[in-house]
Design a binder for this molecule. Sequence first.
Ligand code: OAD
Length: 232
Amino acid sequence: MKNVVVLTGAGISAESGISTFRDTGGLWEQYDIREVATYEGWLKNKELVTDFYNQRRKQLLEVEPNYGHIGLAELEKQFKVFVITQNVDNLHERAGSSFVMHLHGELTKVRSEKYEQLIYELTPDKYEVKIGDVCEKGYQLRPHIVWFGEAVPMIEQAIEITQKADILVVIGTSLNVYPAAALVDFINQGTPVYLIDPNEVSINRKNVHVIKKNASEGVKILTDILLKEYIQ
Ligand code: OAD
């Protein structure tokens, strides 16, 4: 089976009803990144940050995967599919993808603000975190999210997987945030890239096939192309 590595961003969840970050009306137009997505913001106002992520968690309970997520899970019948996502939602898992790596953390987890290896899973019936909720060593729980300025612990593993790609697919990311955006530089020369996005995204590679569509329609088109090129 060919290895298909898929790098996804906020755009793949847009049709599920989760807003992207940088589009018009996106989250970073409504909130100040420095307030809710940096360690400095956390130190300044833990209540505000906790509340922001509780809202994101509540929203996640109200939405469903769309065909973008589902189509990628279905591709596993013919390909070995590795999803590397910048998203903190769990829609890839809920759609049935068996390999999902979260580069920027997960909304459904929290961790100790002091001992980063103490990570806890939240459940749908107890997704809200409060100031005063602590780890087993007594330290406040913070979102298990990679904030701006923080290291991306999964990046080495993500690079290793990307290097093994026979086909790279990029869906719904503006490729503005590093190191995630640099993953596309690690594929072998000649490895085809399929880029699904309704808007213009600049990607500095050869052999890029642009599918200028929303994720759900784009993944259908991609599936047809991949089946024709590699399976039939
Ligand atoms: P962006 O908001 O920067 O980019 C979203 C991309 O999705 C854009 O290229 C849109 O054109 C595209 N898009 C919009 N609707 C779409 C649809 N229906 N189908 C497909 N694509 C669509 O989001 P990311 O690139 O994911 O980090 O942002 C990267 C990181 O920046 C995020 O992980 C987050 C953010 O700050 C953290 O929170 C740490």
